[in-house]
Structures are given as structure tokens and as C-alpha cells.
Design a protein around this ligand. Structure first.
Ligand SMILES: [Zn+2]
Length: 84
């Protein structure tokens, strides 16, 4: 085994581990805090104590992860489209 073989093998193994870890994260924690309101669900006004509901997350404070969104799209495809 040459050093370049070892390097490419370890790169493939590391990429696989990171990918599987991300998919596991998408299964266990499908949501992230909304980037617009930082998970609060509402946006504060700079004046007084007024606020409005966050339109990006519809006031939930949650955003679905990109990996989980892709998984949901794939899962909703009909079976004959999935196997192509
Ligand atoms: Zn939000």
C-alpha cells in the first residue's frame, strides 16, 4: 500500500463518516433554529417593546435541515420514480 492509497482511503472513510453523521443528525434533530429570528419566532422592533411574528419560520422558530428536507422529498416520490 503506497502513501497515496492510504491518503485516498482515509479521505473516503472520513467523508463517509461525516456524511453518515450528518444523516444521523438529520434523523435525530430534524430542525434548526430559524436564522431570521434566531429561534425566537418573533422579530423585535428597535422601538418600544413591539414585535411581529417571524415570516420565515411562520412564528415557530424552527427551520427544517437541508438534509431532512431532501429526505422528505425523496420519501414522497412515488416508488416508480424512486428506482430510476
Ligand atoms: Zn423565524
Amino acid at each position: 500500500m503506497t502513501p497515496s492509497d492510504l491518503a485516498s482511503t482515509s479521505l473516503i472513510v472520513a467523508t463517509t463518516i461525516v456524511t453518515l453523521g450528518y444523516f444521523l443528525t438529520c434523523v435525530i434533530w430534524p430542525f434548526k433554529a430559524c436564522r431570521t429570528c434566531h429561534g425566537a419566532g418573533k422579530l423585535r422592533s428597535p422601538f418600544l417593546r413591539s414585535y411581529r411574528l417571524c415570516p420565515a419560520c411562520r412564528a415557530t422558530g424552527l427551520r427544517l435541515r437541508a438534509g431532512r428536507k431532501a429526505w422528505n422529498v425523496l420519501r414522497r416520490l412515488p416508488r416508480n420514480h424512486r428506482d430510476r
